[in-house]
Design a protein around this ligand. Structure first.
Ligand code: HEC
Length: 139
């Protein structure tokens, strides 16, 4: 093997080496990028709120979804609209829970909501807490 061949082989080796290093560097770099992206995602979602699952279970077990949808007005107002109308505080939770139990009409139109006299106040509040969380999702 003459000197020229040796240099040629070394050059080739260097290129392969630097290319693979470059590839490795790129690979790890893009991994780092996806990690930052994931970390930047909001860690909280309304679904992480314990009120969400508890209320959803109660609403799903009852007759609420017969007249209410989440995003479209049906016989009753969409839950997203109810959530947008009322601030999620204790006063509104109690007021709306009382309305779910007693039934009523006139706020959203002339169609009445049937009363739910068998519902406990506690369960009605849990349902309303879930409904009032739904506005966050539309953001
Ligand atoms: C027979 C149909 C029907 C059923 C069943 C029903 N709703 Fe309603 N709901 C309505 C209507 C209609 C309105 C609008 C009443 C109004 O205009 O004041 C309403 C309004 C509401 C409101 C907003 C009240 C206000 O004053 O802004 C909440 C909260 C609500 N319903 C929750 C529930 C929950 C929880 C259930 C299940 C336990 C339920 N609804 C079952 C028809 C229904």
């Amino acid at each position: 093997m003459n000197t020229f061949d040796k240099i040629y082989i070394m050059k080739k080796y260097c290129i392969v080496l630097s290319l693979s290093f470059f590839g490795f560097a790129c690979g790890s770099n893009s991994n780092a990028k996806t990690e930052t992206k994931e970390a930047a995602k909001p860690v909280t979602s309304v679904m992480d709120n314990p009120d969400y699952e508890k209320g959803l279970n109660l609403v799903a077990k009852s007759d609420c979804f017969t007249c209410h949808k989440l995003r479209e007005t049906s016989i009753g107002p969409a839950y997203g609209l109810v959530a947008a109308k009322y601030e999620n505080n204790q006063e509104n939770q109690e007021k709306l829970a009382a309305k779910v139990i007693a039934g009523g009409q006139g706020v959203w139109g002339q169609i009445p909501m049937i009363p739910h006299p068998k519902l406990s106040k506690e369960d009605a509040i849990a349902m309303v807490k879930y409904i009032l969380l739904l506005k966050e999702e539309t953001k």
